[in-house]
Design a protein around this ligand. Sequence first.
Ligand SMILES: [Zn+2]
Ligand SMILES: [Zn+2]
Length: 111
Amino acid sequence: MQRKDGTCYLCKKLYMGDWIQPTHEHHIMFGSADRKLSEHYGLKVYLCLGHHEMSKEAVHEDKEMNLILRRDAERAFIKKYSFEKWMEVFGKNYLDEYTPERRKYGYKSND
Ligand SMILES: [Zn+2]
Ligand SMILES: [Zn+2]
C-alpha cells in the first residue's frame, strides 16, 4: 500500500506531512493469523513512532486510527480482488458502503 520512503502514512494522510522521519513497518491487519495475511497481501504501511505506538494517535492505541488504516486496506484489497474475497480472507467488513443492503443494489466506486 505504501513504498518505504521515510514518510509516515498517517502524517501524510491526516496532516499532509511528507517529511522524512524514522518509521516502523506496521501490518494493518495485526493479530496472530492476520499478520501473515497482511504480509501476504501487502497490507502494510510505514508509520512514525508516534502514529505507531507512542502517542494517543497511535494505531495500536486508538480505535479510530486503526479503523482509518483498515478501511484503506479493505478498499485497496477490493480494488485488486473483490469484496467477497476480502470477507473470505479477513471475515470482517470495515466499510459503510458495503453494508448488506447497499450491496444488493450494486456498488460503484468513486475513486
Ligand atoms: Zn505519523
Ligand atoms: Zn504495528
